[in-house]
Ligand binder design. Sequence first.
Ligand SMILES: [Ca+2]
Length: 511
Amino acid sequence: MAAFPFRLVLSRCGMLRCLLAVLLAWVSTVASPAQLAGRRPNLIVILTDDQGYGDLSAHGNPVLQTPYLDRLHREGARFTDFHVSPTCAPTRAALWTGRHEFRSGVSHTILERERLALEAVTLADVLRRAGYATGIFGKWHLGDEKRHRPDRRGFEEILIHGGGGIGQTYPGSCGDVSGNAYQDPVLLHNRRFEKTSGYCTDVYFSRAMAWMDRVRPRRPFLAYISCNAPHVPWQVRAEDAARYEGRVKPPLEKFMGMVANIDDNVGRLLDWLEARGLERETLVIFMTDNGADGGSMVFNAGMRGKKGTAYLGGTRAVSLWRWSGMIKPGDRRGLTAHLDVFPTLVELTGARVSRRVREGWDGRSLVPLLERDGADWPERTLFTHVGRWPKGTPPEHWKYKACSVRESRWQMVSADGGREPRWQLFDVGTDPGQQRDVSASQPEVVARLAARYEVWWADVRVGLVNEDVPLAETNPFKVEAWRQFGGGPTEEDRRLMDVRFNPATAPGPAR
Ligand SMILES: [Ca+2]
């Protein structure tokens, strides 16, 4: 008689175990947002240079094949209305501070106006203090002088080139090692220059993976892989360019070959993660840094504008976030930006930030959207200004030159104003290609967004601390490399470092 209840208990226990197992499996497949916060995943942030939103086959490019980026797109959350700044250094400033770049003195890509203000606190600073191993591999572009370099801005391992790209030379401090090239580049590895072997993008990924293998047994890591490709000059591996020869107008096969090489490296990285069983504890973020450049000649995803403009085509970027088993794949349609990355990663890692830093953010955490598309995402206003006015001229003269104000539905653009605005208004919900200026029929929207722009400008203007900084006499990367390897400036170096002769620094008319 006692046998029956005993079997019943056993059977109930079995069912309970079964239910628990199902529940646990479900929880571990897609966690709730509360569970995403504070999980301290490893972080791999990949940022490419001048690859546009359309330079991805998953975004409809008719020529490019990017199978591994497409895999990230398929397996990750993808922000479809994600915006960055219109050029390189400004995007990096906003990404690493969570604040509009003007607040940290960054209003250009050269002429000391690419230097991130020293009082700015970076995401790398915060994560390092929170116990993360932090490494950067590739392009920094927020200041080449020692005190501005990433090893003073939160990164404990650095392998970087100088300037905005390998081999660049500009008047002032911004510039790379003299004569440097994309193949076998000389890179600054912590305190010493190193002659590396291989193509730049391949080197960054390989060295990042070797470094992650070294640090991961002891600490979670932040690996920032920042490619200078596919920015011009299009120095490409011959075998990569050959993949697109005859398929696009020359020399675009070089640009496409550089993107294909990035894609191959993303594939290598995904294999590396899989082989080590790290996919469920590693968030991979893939982003691009401004609107399309060369690629827009083939495909611009139907957008108006490209790199260096304040239209959607200047700022809309690729933004793919894969964290296997934790973030559900699919589109995230809210209006989002590079400014949001810092608050998001702070929430995911549980890192402590001071009240001053938190209150200084222009961005907000993407965690609700990472959990599900359609999550509550209050309306917001994003501001873009291309900057780049001639050095020595008052920023006020360029206040309405190449700037825009964005809400979900509207974008108001002043493409060619100066001291006075010339606003155009676009309903980007119905006119994503920005072909119909509706400012005349929507005066109240224009007035509202224009008033916000005035408040914003007055707010960020005080942060423009690099405008009148005297130019350094030479590029420090060059000087230090000559000290280590010997040599000195060529005629070309002297000419390009002289503000009188470098065409990039010719003053334009103030307006
Ligand atoms: Ca760029």
